[in-house]
Every structure is written in structure tokens, then in C-alpha cells.
Design a binder for this molecule. Structure first.
Ligand code: NIG
Ligand code: FE
Length: 411
């Protein structure tokens, strides 16, 4: 192909393997392969010889010799609370000594403690915190991340958080998807129903007016927001154009998955206590199950039954859930836990952290797949095969990251 009038953004060549995700969710593995990115989009993948004859690395703005290395789609992390302030490392120690997440929250710790820290932080401090976490995520191969508000719990601070999340998206190479989560906890001293009214009457209209969120999420949980309260919030969000997501069956089973299905939510997340009935509902309704193995690991809780979801045919996605209670920005670590603790194969964990994660964010078809015409969001590993992502646990296997075909990180 002639690339007149087009920009040969990148050629990654001589890779030991390039891994694509196919339409049916299987892997396409190209050995001794090259990938050409034109105008930021995947143009061609194939054997290095033919691809580089057509698209010479010398003509490319970014040429990468990937000899001995594997190339995979950039990770999509579809569930995080990555914007926060303060430090809760002492709660990690308390949990190790047997305190539960709910006990910490009931004592004014947990989410409520982060709310106080976020309200006290300046916009600049919040932005700088988030940008620094995005740097870490990018270095671990993440090219798209969802970030939720929900540490404001009042109109002013929720708006401030979403404004910062949008500014981070503008300033950083990582693509940031904003989610409004005013219903993340009941603010101290407030009645739950009364607070739900505030979320519906004040927060959602203000957020929608500024057009600063795509999704609306709710912590549908025993002792937090009931199914009925969650339904009210998500329906109000939908009226204002916010697509529903649900934190469902994380600490107890109360019916959040069923609610997600009834509302046509994009995803139901956590699902540690999901039943076979929930799994059937997820498959019938097309809700994407987002599993968060880091959260179970950090809480010392039982992991979600990924195998049951996969065997039922659900497009299982995984995410880091990065937040002060689950302090890991690494999708690679999430894949390790998925394999060792949730019975997934390395191939399934890769698909869960790329294509299916893109589905959990309503991204256009093909995001996270490296199929022709999709964004040139690519991770080059310092390893010969994609299996090293979960296999090399606790260590970052990612060496170079391209976003829209441009090199945005090099180890
Ligand atoms: O997904 N479950 C609710 N929200 C987060 C935790 C947030 C926090 O503890 O700060 C989660 O695990
Ligand atoms: Fe969460």
C-alpha cells in the first residue's frame, strides 16, 4: 500500500510473537511477525518479511525492533477508583490482623476517610496524584482506564473529581473513561434515602449539565445502598444519559446483578458472591461481568468463580479495582491472580484484560484486539510470549507501550 498522504505511525518488527484477539475471543498468534500502524490505526499484521517490504521501518515515525519479544494489545482496565488523596496503608495492617472492611468503614475509616482527604485536597494535588498513578499504569501496559468519582459525596466535590478525571484524560497518554459514583458510600451523619435524593436531585443533573461522565455506578451492597436505592440512582442517571454500571455481590449477595440485567447495565462488577442464577442472568442479558481478583486478594476473601462465568459463555473481563483498599495499578498482576486463583488460562486472562474489558466500557468494537482499523494501542513485552504476563507475577513484563501508534513509554 502506498502511504502517500498518510502517516506511517509505527512499525514493530521481528517480534517473536504478536497476539491479536479474534472475533470469537480466541487468540491469533503470529510468529516472527510485524505490525504496521498507519494514521494511528492498525493497518497490517503478518510475517515480518512481507509486512516490512510493504511498510518499511525506515519510513515509520516509530520503529521498534521487537526481536525475541512478544507484542500484545495495550491493557484496558475497566474498573478503578484511581483518583484519591491520603494514605490508608495502616488499614492494610489492620485487615491482616483480622479487622474486616465493613468494621473499618463503620469506624469512619475506609471510603469515608478517603472522602475527608479528597475534600481537603486541592484540585492540583488531586490531578498530580492521578497523573502519577496513570504513569504507573501506562508503564504496566494499560492504555485505557476507567476512573470513578465517589470520594466527594457532595455535589461540589463530585464535580471537582470528575473535572480532574477529565483533565487527566486531556493531559495524559492513557485514555481515561470517567464514571460518576456519587452513590459510593453514605456520607457521615446522613440518612441513606435522604442522600440518595441528593444524588438524584442535585449531583446527577449537575454532572450531566457539564457532560463530564459517561457511566453512573452504585455500591449496591448490604449496609450501603439497597437494590431499590441503587435502582433509583441508576434510573435517574439514565434519564440524564449516564450508562449504568453496578458494584454487585461484593461483600454479600443482595441482588445487584439482577438489577444490572433489568436496567441493561454495561457491566456488573465484583460478583464474589454471585449465584448460578446471577451467572445465567448475566449471560442472557449481555451484561459484562467484571471480576476484580486484586480486591479478593487484598481482603483475603474468596475469589469470584470466573470458571463458572466462562463455562456459561460470559465475556469475563478483569480489572485492577485500583483504590486505597486495593493498591495495585497492575493489570499484569490481575492476570496472574486470574490464572492462579480464578482458574483462568493465560489466554483467557489476556482476553479478559483487553477485548472483554473494552466491552465493559462500551468501547467501539475491536478495542483491545489489534484487529485492522482499531487503535494502535500496543504493549511490547520484555519476554518471548504473552504467557509471561501472568507467569512473571509481581514483576512488570511490559517494556514499551504505544498509544495510537506513538511510543508513550519505554522501560
Ligand atoms: O470497588 N466497593 C466499593 N468501592 C471500592 C473500594 C473503595 C475504597 O475502599 O476506597 C471497591 O472495592
Ligand atoms: Fe470498585
Amino acid at each position: 500500500m502506498s502511504v502517500h498522504n498518510s502517516d506511517l505511525t509505527a512499525v514493530v518488527h521481528d517480534a517473536n510473537e504478536i497476539v491479536t484477539i479474534e472475533e470469537d475471543g480466541s487468540l491469533g498468534i503470529y510468529e516472527d511477525a510485524a505490525i504496521a500502524v498507519v494514521d494511528g490505526k492498525i493497518e497490517r499484521i503478518g510475517a515480518t518479511g512481507p509486512v516490512t517490504r510493504e511498510f518499511s521501518p525506515e519510513d515509520a515515525t516509530h520503529a521498534i525492533d521487537a526481536s525475541g519479544k512478544a507484542v500484545v494489545p495495550g491493557f484496558i482496565d475497566p474498573h478503578t477508583h484511581a483518583l484519591f488523596a491520603g494514605d490508608r496503608s495502616d488499614e492494610f495492617e489492620a485487615k491482616l490482623q483480622g479487622k474486616t472492611y465493613q468494621e473499618i468503614l463503620a469506624d469512619g475509616g475506609g471510603i469515608l476517610r478517603t472522602v475527608r482527604a479528597v475534600r481537603d485536597a486541592s484540585d492540583e494535588e488531586l490531578l498530580s496524584n492521578l497523573l502519577s498513578h496513570l504513569d504507573t499504569m501506562l508503564a504496566h501496559g494499560t492504555t485505557t482506564v476507567e476512573v470513578k468519582s465517589g470520594y466527594g459525596l457532595d455535589t461540589e466535590t463530585e464535580l471537582r473529581m470528575l473535572d480532574v478525571i477529565n483533565r487527566a484524560d486531556d493531559q495524559h497518554a492513557v485514555n481515561v473513561v470517567p464514571t460518576f459514583m456519587g452513590a459510593h458510600a453514605i456520607p457521615e451523619g446522613r440518612d441513606a434515602d435522604d442522600y440518595v435524593d441528593e444524588v438524584i436531585e442535585k449531583q446527577i443533573p449537575a454532572i450531566a449539565e457539564q457532560g463530564i461522565a459517561q457511566f453512573c455506578d452504585v455500591f449496591c451492597e448490604e449496609g450501603v445502598f439497597s437494590v431499590e436505592q441503587s435502582r433509583r440512582v441508576l434510573e435517574a442517571g439514565e434519564e440524564y444519559g449516564l450508562t449504568p454500571k453496578v458494584h454487585a455481590e461484593e461483600l454479600a449477595h443482595i441482588g445487584g446483578t439482577q438489577l444490572a440485567a433489568e436496567l441493561g447495565a454495561t457491566s456488573a462488577d465484583h460478583l464474589l458472591h454471585a449465584t448460578q442464577g446471577d451467572i445465567d442472568v448475566v449471560v442472557e442479558s449481555g451484561v459484562v461481568p467484571v471480576l476484580l481478583p486484586g480486591t479478593a486478594f487484598g481482603l483475603g476473601a474468596e475469589f469470584a468463580d470466573a470458571r463458572a462465568f466462562l463455562d456459561a459463555g460470559a465475556p469475563v473481563a478483569i480489572a485492577t479495582d485500583f483504590n486505597p483498599n486495593c493498591y495495585s495499578q497492575s493489570m499484569g498482576f490481575a492476570t496472574s491472580l486470574s490464572c492462579v486463583e480464578m482458574g483462568m488460562t493465560p489466554a483467557e486472562s489476556l482476553v479478559a484484560g483487553t477485548k472483554h474489558a473494552g466491552m465493559a466500557l462500551d468501547m467501539p468494537d475491536g478495542s483491545g484486539t489489534l484487529q485492522p482499523g482499531t487503535p494502535g494501542d500496543i504493549a511490547v513485552l520484555d519476554a518471548p510470549s504473552y504467557v509471561h504476563v501472568p507467569y512473571n507475577f509481581g514483576v512488570n513484563a511490559v517494556e514499551t507501550v504505544l498509544k495510537d501508534g506513538k511510543v508513550v513509554h519505554r522501560a
